[in-house]
Design a protein around this ligand. Structure first.
Ligand code: SF4
Length: 380
């Protein structure tokens, strides 16, 4: 049976980062979290009633800043998943956290609640870069948080890093990578800064106050990350993700393998029965609906036909270094991918972007940095 995950969205942050275009709201009253938690518990209960498949193998608390939840709130949510769904006893339960928002009491409490993986939004080890990004933490807090995680027995932690920051040199990025790798994380994610025009940083770029790096520098930084992570014993398993053996993020693998997931919370997206739909973003309406035992309004984002599904499997699956297994895709969709995408595959192979290895179609390393161009070949 294919695994299924649950994503739980916590839409609150202490303040808004300069580059952020995620749905999140500055938290000004702690009571909001209490009311929101109560809403999540009711949504979990209600959603279970209309789900054919209740097995859950991964739970991911994302945001926003989920580590604003206190351990009691996290426990109530996980208990609700356990009570109303069949939560695997070996489930991966991840909590995204900001350095500085976790202390030892919180870490112990989360652990007791069942959280067994922490994804830490480190972003940079340079205080000036952190300030430019509008992050609230300082470099030193990344170290103290990691020390505390390890002391409390959470060895399965991820560090998120960003590269391609305005003014960042390749050697500065290298220094960031070195400091991250010295901490020996089980998992490292390296993302290129992407700016939406609506964000304060995006506005500064538009008005010429700051300048983004050129593509050659970005490519050099990306390739440096691959080389350094590999030398440090982290295997690249996805375009932006590296891990020690057995520490790939099982929840994110569900997305890349186009498996089902249930999104809980305001603004959370679900993918069930070939439909992708999203709960309304309005967290206040979310709370008041669930107080009356009503599910929040949803917006259908996509209803996939067979071609859309196949395109999705290719576009998501090719992000993984293992690529897409042709036989498994045939078993799942009854379509011969080699035939269906014959022209696209040939075009990619002729340019050295794609290859077939042990029955899997994958991108070659030279194509990783220009992956968007390659993935476009497979749009439905
Ligand atoms: S902590 Fe994350 S979600 Fe919150 S504002 Fe910053 S980038 Fe956005």
């Amino acid at each position: 049976m294919l695994p299924q995950g649950m994503y739980i969205h916590i839409p609150f942050c202490q303040s808004k980062c300069q580059y952020c275009d995620f749905y999140s709201e500055p938290l000004s009253e702690h009571q909001w979290l209490e009311d929101y938690t109560a809403g999540l518990v009711v949504e979990i209960q209600q959603r279970a009633l209309c789900c054919d498949k209740r097995e859950i193998s991964t739970v991911y608390f994302g945001g926003g800043t989920p580590s604003l939840l206190n351990p009691g709130q996290a426990e109530r949510i996980i208990n609700a998943v356990n009570e109303h769904f069949c939560l695997d006893s070996q489930a991966e339960i991840t909590m995204e956290a900001n350095p500085g928002s976790l202390d030892k009491i919180k870490i112990s409490g989360y652990r007791q609640a069942g959280v067994n993986r922490i994804s830490l939004g480190a972003q940079s080890f340079d205080d000036q870069e952190l300030k430019m990004l509008g992050r609230r933490h300082q470099r030193s807090e990344i170290f103290t948080t990691v020390e505390e995680l390890v002391r409390k027995g959470i060895n399965n932690y991820n560090l998120d890093l960003m590269y391609g920051l305005p003014g960042q040199s390749v050697s500065k990025w290298e220094d960031n990578l070195d400091q991250a790798l010295k901490l020996e994380p089980a998992h490292l994610s390296c993302y290129l800064l992407q700016l939406d025009e609506g964000t304060p940083m995006g506005q500064k770029v538009k008005s010429g106050k700051i300048t983004l790096l050129d593509e050659d520098d970005e490519a050099e930084m990306y390739n440096l990350a691959i080389d350094k992570c590999t030398r440090a014993g982290l295997t690249q398993y996805e375009l932006s993700n590296f891990s020690r053996p057995d520490y790939s993020c099982r929840h994110n693998l569900l997305y890349w393998r186009s498996h089902k997931y249930i999104g809980i919370g305001a603004g959370a997206v679900s993918y069930i029965a070939d439909k992708r739909f999203k709960n309304s973003n309005d967290w206040q309406a979310y709370i008041s609906n669930l107080k009356q035992n009503k599910l929040p309004p949803v917006e259908e984002l996509e209803h996939m036909n067979a071609n859309d599904k196949l395109a999705e499997i290719m576009i998501m699956g090719l992000r993984l270094c293992e690529g897409v297994n042709l036989q498994q895709t045939f078993d799942r969709c009854a379509v011969d991918v080699g035939e269906h995408f014959k022209m696209a595959i040939q075009y990619g192979m002729d340019r050295g972007w794609l290859e077939i290895k042990s029955g899997n179609l994958c991108m070659t390393r030279m194509a990783y940095f220009i992956s968007n161009q390659v993935l476009c070949l497979f749009t439905a």
